[in-house]
Design a protein around this ligand. Structure first.
Ligand code: NAP
Length: 279
């Protein structure tokens, strides 16, 4: 197939490598000439250009820009395309993107690969990034079924596991398993860092080991990504955080009231339930 990719960062370049490995012709659009040259030199794409006209006859276009640029990119791209082109994006939140993009292009299918690393940009590209990773497609009532099917087959061929759901379902699910953990983890680091006794704070920093490393990892990452989650997934994330606060209040009450048996029951349930979320 002839496939276009806009935004040659971590996700866009990884897609380019994976698609070329499977024999597709990949055309890349980047904002800058140096990235275009690099992408061609590294065989991430067959051809690259800063101009959307390169994508004129592509069958599928993946928009792989930051969330804020997805709908504006689509608007600028539309005059250059044939009506049959399927456009999809890779943004981490779907309701806002699908709401903005579906009215602009009838053949738009929202998408989100649940794959990534802490790195960004073209240097972070990995051809196997999508292998065994979930990849969500979020069609609406008006999305052509055939377009969803074509995308589903293409993405499955990259080794990813496709899930189809509504944008709202997607956003609530990722609020639970991705965005809530980031906020809790950030809250943990913030709380511990606010210890006023300098000697005690330094002791805690010296003693911190694998447990703190694991629980603080997602909260100590890219600040822009954290804000993006809160900004674009505000409703679902707030709902998750309110629910979490109720559970935290309950745990505080149990500890203060020395209800060890009830606390034990909570830990027994969490030990049992955790494995259901891990593949
Ligand atoms: P990234 O490595 O920073 O790549 C984004 C690319 O978009 C940049 O390299 C740049 O490519 C282009 N770009 C940056 N600012 C732009 C702007 N204002 N207008 C147009 N293009 C712009 O980020 P990424 O991790 O690949 O994320 C891209 C998308 O994937 C985001 O929507 C994110 O929500 C989603 N996503 C990320 C992850 C993750 O773990 N990182 C996972 C799943 C989905 P050029 O220099 O080539 O123009």
């Amino acid at each position: 197939m002839k496939i276009g990719i806009i935004g040659l960062g971590l996700i866009g370049s990884s897609l380019g490598l994976a698609l070329r490995q499977r024999g597709h012709q990949v055309l890349g659009v980047s904002r800058t000439e140096p990235i275009c040259h690099l992408a061609q030199a590294r065989r991430i794409v067959d051809e690259a250009s800063p101009h959307f006209s390169l994508l004129a006859t592509t069958e599928i276009v993946f928009i792989c820009t930051p969330m804020s640029a997805i709908a504006p990119t689509l608007e600028s791209l539309i005059p250059h395309l044939i009506p049959e082109t399927i456009i999809t994006d890779v943004g981490s939140v779907k309701t806002a993107v699908v709401g903005a993009c579906s009215p602009l292009w009838h053949n738009f299918v929202g998408g989100h690969p649940l794959a990534g690393t802490e790195r960004s940009g073209i240097d972070a590209a990995q051809p196997d990034l999508f292998k065994n990773a979930p990849y969500v497609l979020t069609p609406t009532d008006t999305t052509p079924t055939e377009s969803v099917k074509i995308l589903q087959e293409l993405i499955t061929s990259l080794g990813a596991v496709v899930q189809v759901c509504t944008p709202t379902e997607h956003d609530q699910a990722v609020a639970w398993i991705s965005h809530l953990p980031v906020m809790i983890s950030a809250g943990l680091v913030k709380t511990v860092s606010e210890e006023q006794d300098v000697t005690l704070l330094e002791l805690a920093q010296t003693l911190a080991s694998s447990g703190f490393r694991d629980t603080s990892r997602v909260g100590g990452g890219n600040p822009e990504l954290g804000v993006m989650m809160a900004k674009y997934n505000q409703k679902a994330l707030a709902r998750s955080l309110h629910h979490y606060r109720r559970n935290l209040d309950q745990i505080i009450d149990l500890i203060e009231q020395e209800q060890w048996q009830s606390l034990q029951q909570i830990f027994e349930a969490t030990r049992r339930d955790r494995s259901k979320f891990l593949r």
